[in-house]
Design a protein around this ligand. Structure first.
Ligand SMILES: [Zn+2]
Length: 218
């Protein structure tokens, strides 16, 4: 089976090892699946905990070390538990083939979470996700950056501080220090993912407009 474009978009910001497991499993699985969620914002995590849909504010989704998969029957999503055992079989086999450790939420005794797969904490610390930390910023137009039309990693100053304040007002974990570092970039990517935009970590006109809209709604 093939992952849809939407599923691929939802894998942006997810640790490359986990992406490889998902892609390998997708090719081999007897139960077709798609990706329902990857990287998650702190604001959304807070909502999920409030609703009882998640048990922790320390979710691996926040750092891109977890994905949720959904079983597909044709174009319909199914939450029937047995289907998730079949997906888990494919995910575990792929992880083993690739020699990547993997945990399944269906194996948790405290809280059965069949759609959830994550990289273990001990082998994959929270701060180490190449998809978020060291990926080079996408190609940017330096003239636009200089004209203040775009904000990218490495930028400093009032415009950055204002961006961080906006993100923080929207519930993201952003410190308004006026320096656009890897943390700010990760927060921008989380916001972009939530807004359905390409999570490139660059604040151009489209992301800026989405921010203004989100602030109006909040
Ligand atoms: Zn999950």
């Amino acid at each position: 089976m093939n992952l849809t474009a939407r599923s691929r978009k939802r894998l942006i910001g997810v640790h490359p090892d986990l992406v490889r497991v998902v892609e390998t499993a997708a090719r081999a699985t007897s139960q077709p699946f798609q990706v329902s969620e990857g990287l998650r914002s702190l604001a959304r995590q807070r909502q999920l905990v409030k609703r009882g849909a998640s048990k922790t504010l320390n979710s691996r989704h926040l750092s891109g070390h977890a994905v949720d998969l959904m079983a597909m029957i044709g174009s319909r999503v199914s939450w029937e538990v047995p289907l998730y055992y079949r997906i888990a079989d494919a995910m575990k086999a792929a992880a083993q083939d690739l020699n990547i450790p993997l945990e399944w939420g269906g194996d948790w005794t405290s809280f059965f979470d069949g759609p959830h797969f994550q990289l273990p904490w001990d082998a994959y610390p929270k701060s180490a996700n190449p998809a978020l930390m060291s990926a080079p910023p996408a190609v940017t137009d330096r003239a636009e950056v200089l004209a203040g039309k775009r904000l990218v990693i490495g930028d400093r100053g009032e415009a950055v501080r204002s961006l961080q304040e906006q993100l923080s007002r929207l519930g993201f974990d952003a410190v308004a220090d006026g320096a656009f570092g890897p943390k700010t970039r990760a927060v921008v990517q989380a916001f972009q993912t939530r807004a359905g935009l390409t999570a490139d970590g660059i604040v151009g006109p489209v992301t800026a407009r989405a921010l203004r809209l989100a602030l109006k709604r909040s």
